[in-house]
Design a protein around this ligand. Structure first.
Ligand code: PAF
Length: 389
């Protein structure tokens, strides 16, 4: 039967075979890479093409001396030899990449992400010249659906969406927290691209702070209570980095998640003080099905802690059911005692404040905008959440 095929048919048959086998070989590392972003896809690619190269070394010329299966095999070897050439190119790229000291991250992200202000400003200058509306989402990476919902708001309401990914050292008052903060830039870029982000700005610490930022902000109560009191210097660091980012991007709109409720008030105060012409947009908290507020820190929870953590949101929600009938203090006591009853959890603070000024209230009549803000240690992991009463 094979003998009855024409040379062209045999050529096509062997070509199809090479394509199928090649695709399978190349797709295996792709799916592996997707599941473990820390593994280098280029390394897999290199291994695969090297394998093909070795197979294709024995190029056999198509000759009349070969018939039937022999002819198909010789064509097959010729084609794998062709793929061997491709592998040679991949090998050169790989060597060059190592010689230049580029990470896979640099290569994979080159289409979407840049790490220097100059490129970003050049990109934005064009957009601004065309009167395009610039939206901006500052993040510290390790993105989850909460961040992506900010990006969606940004994409929907602006012509250009810029996202920054920068783990800002000046806002960490705990060295261990800074060191262990999850960093997943490759995976972040994949998510951002699919969410419609136009530009990822992922600067180095040197790019953002060529010299130490010595500015000290005096933003009043909004930055002094709760997180401000528990994490000295934290909001000053946030104000430093966000103001720097605003000066670089000059966005029309910026988007922040309400999980960091107090942070939004601090940023509003900073923008007002520095007279930066940007509209601050707050976006609702995104939650897991069991109520746990989405946070980059959730990945640090052990399975047992992860199971316990929804107690925070559940308790806040329950408290809202009877809040108006009980005094402010009774509601606070209920929340703290219920959560602390679980040995894995420790409430650091729970305060009910005016949602604009962050000042604690004693009576419900003290404000028209009461918000309960909580921080809980679930094991070693510090989780925050809030509820509007
Ligand atoms: O909320 C955050 O992720 C950070 O505090 C921010 C606003 C990106 C500043 O580093």
């Amino acid at each position: 039967m094979i003998n009855r095929l024409s040379v062209t048919q045999k050529l096509v048959l062997s070509f199809v075979f090479v394509i199928i086998v090649g695709s399978i070989l190349l797709s295996l590392p792709i799916s592996h890479y997707a599941n473990s972003p820390e593994t280098s896809y280029l390394d897999h690619l290199f291994n695969t093409v090297s394998m093909v190269c070795v197979t294709g070394l024995s190029v056999v010329p198509v000759s009349k001396a070969y018939n039937g299966l022999g002819q198909i095999l010789s064509m097959l070897l010729m084609q794998t030899g062709g793929l061997g050439l491709v592998s040679l190119i991949a090998f050169s790229t790989y060597t060059l990449k190592n010689k230049l000291g580029l990470s896979d991250q640099d290569l994979l992200q080159s289409a979407l992400s840049r790490d220097n202000q100059k490129d970003l400003k050049a990109y934005l200058a064009e957009a601004k010249q065309d009167n395009k509306k610039i939206g901006f989402v500052p993040t510290m990476g390790a993105l989850h659906n909460g961040h992506l919902s900010l990006v969606q708001h940004c994409v929907k309401n602006n012509d250009v969406c810029v996202v920054s990914v920068f783990v800002n050292p000046t806002q960490f008052n705990d060295k261990h927290d800074l060191e262990t903060y999850p960093r997943t830039l490759e995976a972040d870029c994949v998510l951002l691209e699919s969410a419609g982000c136009d530009y990822v700005f992922a600067p180095s610490v040197e790019e953002m702070y060529p010299e130490p930022d010595t500015r000290t902000f005096d933003l009043g109560t909004v930055s002094e209570v709760m997180e401000g009191a528990k994490r000295p210097g934290h909001f000053n660091g946030v104000a430093q980095v966000v103001s720097k980012l605003f000066y670089i991007v000059e966005p029309d709109n910026a988007y922040f998640g309400e999980k960091d409720f107090q942070q939004i008030a601090v940023i509003r105060a900073m923008v007002k003080q520095l007279d930066i012409p940007v509209k601050i947009n707050d976006c609702p908290i995104l939650r897991e099905a069991d109520g746990l507020a989405l946070s980059s820190r959730n990945v640090r929870l052990t399975p047992e802690q992860r199971q316990k953590a929804p107690l925070i949101a559940r308790t806040l929600k329950e408290s809202a059911n009877f809040a108006p009938e009980k005094s402010v203090q009774e509601v606070i006591d209920y929340v703290i005692n219920t959560i602390n009853a679980d040995p894995v959890m420790r409430v650091e603070y729970y305060e009910i404040v005016d949602g604009n000024t962050m000042e604690s209230i004693k009576n419900w009549s003290d404000t028209t905008y009461p918000v309960g803000c909580i921080t809980v240690y679930c094991g070693e992991v510090r989780l925050i959440d809030n509820i509007k009463y």
